[in-house]
Design a protein around this ligand. Structure first.
Ligand code: PLP
Length: 400
């Protein structure tokens, strides 16, 4: 018997499929040169952080007291930073939140683990995820002592299948995780969808006499590309919502680990829930998110990197792949394309793509087999260079 936790060993010794492919890409680049490898594996923003980040950092480093700047903030985050978050949310979404509803975190991953641990009472609870979903959800949910229940979205547009969702909800349902804009499908849930979801959950709460939360996982909130695409602010539609936000993608800062949990005032047992969030942050070792990057938030909140690059990439890839005979659901947001594999086994298809040095992620770990995810947060130049490889791959299957 080992002296280490078998559960943690399993998690740590097996890299995720995405990371595995990313590492393979690095190895392959060393062998054949970067210009011959088309790495679409990972969601690492490819455009630099906006100027406000550099300016805010320079200003802080040159003018702030270094001891205070790099010191601990309050466990839940600097009070001025949390106030800036509250002011921005109130101004943008006509909400009524305050600094004391926010807990600054190390990105959306921490926001989710903190929220799930805060909600888990140990009473055999379930959390519903809508497939396709970010694979780490399963890890976060089970680690918080709850069961992950998958509900598939509609295949034609990756929108919510409300009949399937309703039949998955039971007295055990503690929360539903909503990720819009979505990784990996790029789908965005419209206002009407959120209204329907809210009505369903309200009815289910009454049926079972329980409280069901929406965990709104929102690292891609600002990444939408058409003026008609609006991302509703879910607490305005459903009271029992906890927002898990991250600046990783909007400001191109994934390595800096900065985000927040927002417990809106109308959420059930608000004060207890906020304290449970603080407690989970403490228990998980997430007190005091990185101080320097907390302090750039007041100057940068609401701004984004140059996302026009992602729009250009999306349109270029969607048009070309459709022309080559691939089945693509046009994504409204995030920076992923979810494409039907040209054979039923997406892993086998991914291996054939690899032979063309196209690194695309099979969808099995997203809970929706038969597809591949293509991250288009890469250089436009690489996309252009990759198109002949996508065409050759399609030809192998009698397309293009
Ligand atoms: N949720 C989704 C849907 C994601 O795609 C990611 C990262 O790619 C995360 C959460 C984690 O984000 P962060 O890097 O801010 O922890």
């Amino acid at each position: 018997m080992s002296i280490v936790s078998e559960k943690m060993y399993q998690l740590g010794s097996k890299r995720s499929e995405i990371r595995e492919l990313f590492e393979y890409g690095k190895k392959r680049t060393a062998e054949v040169g970067a210009e011959n490898v088309y790495d679409f594996s990972i969601g690492n923003p490819s455009v630099p952080a906006p100027d406000c980040v550099r300016e805010a950092l320079a200003n802080l480093i040159l003018h702030e007291d270094p001891v205070a700047l790099h010191g601990y903030t309050s466990a839940q985050g600097d009070a001025d930073v949390r106030k800036a978050c509250a002011d921005y949310i109130n101004k943008t979404h006509s909400a009524n939140v305050s600094a004391n509803d926010f807990y600054m975190t190390c990105g959306a991953a921490a926001s989710l683990t903190i929220s799930l641990n805060a909600l888990s009472t140990g009473a055999n609870e379930e959390v519903i995820v809508l497939a396709p979903y970010f694979p780490e959800y399963k890890v976060f949910i089970t680690q918080a002592g709850m069961k992950c229940v998958e509900v598939k979205c509609r295949e034609e547009d990756f929108q919510i299948d409300f009949a399937a969702l309703e039949s998955a909800i039971s007295a055990k349902t503690k929360a539903v995780i909503i990720n819009s804009p979505n990784n990996p499908s790029g789908a965005v849930f419209s206002e009407k969808t959120i209204q329907t979801l809210s009505a369903l959950l309200t009815r289910m709460q009454e049926t079972f006499g329980t409280t069901i939360f929406i965990l709104a996982d929102e690292p891609y909130r600002e990444l939408v590309y058409d003026t008609e695409t609006v991302v509703p602010f879910i607490p305005n539609y459903y009271d029992n919502t906890v927002v898990c936000y991250s600046f990783s993608k909007s400001l191109s800062l994934p390595g800096e680990r900065i985000g927040y949990v927002l417990v809106p005032p109308k959420a059930a047992e608000h004060d207890a829930l906020y304290y449970a969030v603080c407690g989970a942050g403490r228990a998980l070792g997430f007190v005091c998110a990185p101080s320097l990057f907390q302090k750039i938030v007041p100057a940068c909140i609401g701004k984004t990197s140059d996302i026009s690059v992602y729009k250009k990439n999306r349109d270029l890839l969607c048009d070309a792949l459709t022309k080559f005979g691939y089945q693509v659901v046009h994504p409204d947001g995030a920076f992923y394309l979810f494409v039907k594999a040209l054979e039923p086994d997406a892993r086998a298809f991914g291996e054939k793509a690899k032979a063309h040095d196209l690194l695309i992620v099979p969808s099995d770990s997203f809970g929706f087999p038969g597809y591949v995810r293509i991250s288009y947060c890469v250089s436009t130049e690489m996309i252009k260079r990759s198109l002949p490889a996508f065409e050759a791959l399609a030809k192998e299957y009698g397309k293009a």
